[in-house]
Design a protein around this ligand. Structure first.
Ligand code: DAK
Length: 258
């Protein structure tokens, strides 16, 4: 698989996707979204790959949608689905876990893309923001919605209305990212987390991902009922037997993903 705007690498059961438009701080152009969608489709269909890590470079995860490409767009053009309005939500629909490993700028669509992932591991130089207001528009792929869910109304309003950036420390404190690591090691930490997840039972991982995501969309009572049902359902899996027997026998489980 070869792409123009991203790099794709297999690291065992982990798919490493690197956004690769360094001269434009990885600005998200239509081709990049197309290629990202394509590679996610391929990873999802590949039984050898269990987890995705998306990253950028030391200076930028992504500094937002490509403003050069976007600036002459018209409302009519947007409505006719001519590229920019194509599906940019593919990552959020991925059944396999997706970790964003973020260094440098994650702004606008870059911050939104990171938030579509299951969790974010940030380098200590990461900076997050929704600066759309500074260029006369508003977030378009989840910024006002997901950011509010993650950091609460006060922080989200502050970020969206002022367009200011949040540093890695504030991002961890407010719950936007799960861990902050030194720039020299954040990607390895993310890849290690991905390898760890890839070592578990894939059906169990998929159920768990769905459960945590559904907690954002359902009442506590319905969520608890769903969780209890899914807990029981794992007892239909060979992997549940293997996991618990292996524990009793004091050995590592050999999951078969069934
Ligand atoms: N688009 C295009 N080029 C960009 C860019 C961007 N977003 N960000 C940076 N670049 C380019 C710069 O133009 C510059 O190019 P050259 O001049 O070298 O050719 C190069 O990257 C380096 O940038 P700077 O010279 O500006 O670097 P600095 O370190 O001085 O500043 C910065 C870094 C991140 C603070 C600054 O570049 C900046 O403010 N960038 C723009 C941030 C921003 O406003 N992002 C866009 C937000 S709007 C949707 C899909 C997506 C979206 C919405 C809807 N649908 C499908 C509906 C998303 C919208 C947005 O993200």
């Amino acid at each position: 698989m070869s792409y123009e705007t991203i790099l794709f690498e297999r690291r065992g059961a982990v798919a490493l996707i690197t956004l690769n438009r360094p001269k434009a701080l990885n600005a998200l152009c239509a081709l990049l979204f197309d290629e990202l969608n394509e590679v996610v489709d391929e990873v999802e269909a590949d039984d050898e790959l269990a987890v995705i890590v998306i990253t950028g470079n030391d200076k930028a995860f992504a500094a937002g949608a490509d403003i050069q490409e976007m600036k002459d767009q018209t409302y009519q053009g947007m409505l006719s689905d001519n590229g920019l309005t194509k599906n940019c939500d593919r990552i959020s629909l991925c059944r396999k876990p997706v970790i964003a490993a973020v260094a440098g700028y994650a702004l606008g669509g870059g911050c939104e893309l990171a938030m579509m992932c299951d969790f974010i591991i940030a380098a200590d130089n990461a900076r997050f923001g929704q600066p759309e207001i500074t260029i006369g528009t508003v977030p378009g792929i989840g910024g006002s919605q997901r950011l509010t869910g993650l950091v609460g109304k006060a922080k989200a309003m502050d970020m969206c209305l002022t367009g200011r950036m949040m540093d890695a420390e504030e991002a961890e404190r407010t719950g936007l990212v799960s861990r902050v690591e030194p720039l020299a090691s954040y990607l390895e930490v993310a890849l290690d987390a991905a390898q760890q997840i890839a070592g578990y039972s894939m059906p169990v991982v998929a159920i768990l991902k769905q459960l945590v995501n559904s907690s954002l969309e359902s009442s506590l009572q319905l969520g608890l009922i769903n969780e209890r049902q899914q807990f029981k359902a794992t007892f239909a899996l060979d992997d549940q037997k293997e996991g618990m027997v292996a524990f009793s026998e004091k050995r590592k489980p050999m999951f078969t993903h069934r």
